[in-house]
Write a new protein. Structure first.
Length: 337
């Protein structure tokens, strides 16, 4: 059993030495338990928060503990009545080949799911996040303008496509020409602006000529600075993530713009609401699965995955994710089915 543990806590950007690959004995499934052999491991931005020694909405990973994360695995041994050998499951096994579970929090995907890795992306946590954050907090109406950054990642790409299905004008923000072309040509966004362009804020203002009604916040920082003056009266801002700040070790230097933000919220009666997907919306997963399953079947939603081979590549792929080096949902294939 190979596993990757947290060797040390990062100061700013994570580096390779914050992780350590170890070989340990394969765990054994006890009474009522199942042994899972991981095939796909998920890499997600929230894992950066778990590397800090600070209580957030979840506990940090302890030094020398296995890095946390979701996996799609197959049952190798079952001492549990609800699981058969060979079943595919969505589990929270962490960055390792094998894990043991008592079945709590698992989702059984059956013996022959058509796209098992989708449970980590479009049919799983990121897709669900996009769906609830946009529809429940963003509440987009036909003809409104919806803006989303990290536009080609699993959350942003899904937000924009659902907003198109709801009849909105959709403007993406992404890093680089290739990602922007993908957002427009494949995902069907009306426009996509490169946040690395020197005149990014001007380009965004030009394309959002009727202002912004829903800004789905994934990144924060200078992207939010460009969005804020464009927000319309009664705009909604689901606050999903702030990835541009995840490696920060202190607050950005002044000037203090908090009163500008508060004044904008007040005068324009803007609703800005954070959410943590499973804590706030876990009970609504079936509704999402029904709609998303249908949209995928009907070819109404496109989904891009980037599959990287090998457990040993996880640290470098994760470091890259925080810098925008991924293109699509980042999944690590660790074993053959
Ligand atoms: P992505 O696959 O989209 O990966 C992150 C992307 O963020 C990068 O590819 C990059 O895209 C972009 N990015 C990174 N740094 C910056 C920066 N400084 N400025 C602008 N963009 C940057 O991730 P996900 O779709 O999985 O997640 C998107 C967001 O949703 C994250 O903030 C995540 O934490 C959040 N999230 C929140 C949940 C919740 O419950 N609240 C649940 C799931 C996700 P590019 O090259 O285009 O800039």
């Amino acid at each position: 059993n190979r596993r990757i543990v947290l060797a040390s806590r990062p100061q700013g950007e994570p580096v390779a030495s914050n992780f350590r690959l170890e070989k340990v004995n394969k765990p054994v499934a006890g009474e009522g338990e199942i042994l899972l052999r991981s095939v796909y491991l998920s890499l997600d931005p929230y894992m950066r928060g778990r590397m800090n020694d600070a209580k957030s909405y979840a506990e940090p990973v302890a030094i020398d503990d296995v890095m946390v994360g979701a996996c799609v695995a197959q049952v190798e041994v079952s001492n549990h009545p609800d699981y058969q050998v060979g079943d595919w499951v969505l589990a929270y096994g962490g960055w390792q080949d094998y894990s043991v579970s008592n079945g709590e929090g698992l989702m059984n995907l059956g013996q022959n799911p058509s796209n098992p890795s989708y449970a980590l992306g479009i049919m799983g946590m990121p897709g669900f996040t996009a769906y609830m954050g946009l529809l429940d907090i963003g509440a987009p109406k036909v003809g409104e303008t919806v803006v989303v950054a990290a536009a080609t990642g699993p959350v942003g790409a899904t937000v924009g496509q659902i907003a198109k299905l709801k009849g909105c004008k959709v403007v993406g923000i992404a890093g680089g020409a290739d990602k922007c072309a993908f957002a427009v040509n494949t995902l069907g966004f009306d426009a996509c602006i490169d946040h690395k362009a020197a005149d990014f804020a001007q380009q965004l203002a030009a394309v959002c000529d009727n202002g912004i009604d829903v800004y789905f916040e994934n990144v924060g920082g200078k992207v939010f600075d460009a969005v804020m003056p464009l927000l319309n009266t009664s705009a909604r801002v689901p606050v999903c993530g702030l990835i541009s700040q995840y490696n920060a070790t202190s607050l950005p230097a002044g000037p203090d713009r908090l009163s500008l933000l508060m004044g904008t919220l007040l005068v324009k009666r803007i609703k800005m609401q954070g959410f943590i997907i499973f804590d706030d919306y876990g009970h609504r997963y079936p509704e999402f699965a029904q709609d998303m399953g249908q949209w995928l079947n009907d070819g109404k939603i496109q989904y891009r995955e980037q599959v990287v081979d090998g457990l040993d590549k996880m640290p470098s792929a994760f470091i890259g994710l925080l810098k925008g080096e991924n293109f699509g949902k980042l999944v690590i294939k660790v074993n053959d089915p």
